[in-house]
Design a protein around this ligand. Structure first.
Ligand SMILES: [Mg+2]
Length: 174
């Protein structure tokens, strides 16, 4: 029997970066330090390493329901797989209440899933999960690149029975 699973994106799906978005006045600042002092910018990478993002509560509730129902939970994130960022991401997820996920899949670790664009990286990771015996009953993300545009027909590559789009009015990742 195939094993049920859900796939969750992280940024703006499981974790909210609202404090950093607010600090940067809704602009995007990728590099540079982040000390959250008034009238200073906060670099997103530095912010990620601080592990201070908050939980998006409805997603945490879904996570806990899945755990209760013995549904596997996989995070598939565009965050790159570097030791410091993996440690910070694990720490941040744990700190806000995500406990006992099955795998944290980060970008760049899997040589099969080439690092070319977010849509194909994430699709490739879902394909791998499907091929290892999981049925992805729900895929949740704030970007269409998390979900695949042809998700209505899993045979075309979404590898999920249902997709759920979380609103994100702040940024778009193609
Ligand atoms: Mg996201």
């Amino acid at each position: 029997m195939r094993k049920p699973a859900i796939v969750l994106d992280i940024d703006e799906t499981s974790l909210s970066n609202w404090a950093q978005i607010w600090q940067d006045d809704f602009g995007y600042v990728g590099s540079g330090a982040c000390d959250m002092k008034p009238d200073t910018a906060c670099g997103f990478h530095a912010w990620e390493l601080m592990a201070l993002a908050s939980a998006i509560e409805p997603t945490l509730a879904l996570f806990n329901l899945a755990k209760q129902k013995k549904v596997a939970v996989f995070f598939v994130t565009g965050r790159r797989d570097a030791p410091d960022l993996r440690a910070a991401t694990e720490s941040n997820l744990t700190k806000v209440g995500y406990l006992g996920w099955d795998r944290l899949i980060m970008r760049g670790a899997n040589p099969v899933c080439k690092d070319n664009d977010v849509t194909s990286y994430k699709r490739c990771e879902r394909k791998g999960l499907a091929e290892s015996g999981f049925t992805i009953i729900a895929n949740v993300g704030d970007q269409w690149s998390d979900l695949d545009s042809d998700a209505a027909d899993p045979s075309k590559g979404s590898y999920a029975e249902k997709i759920y789009k979380v609103p994100n009015p702040f940024y778009y990742i193609p």
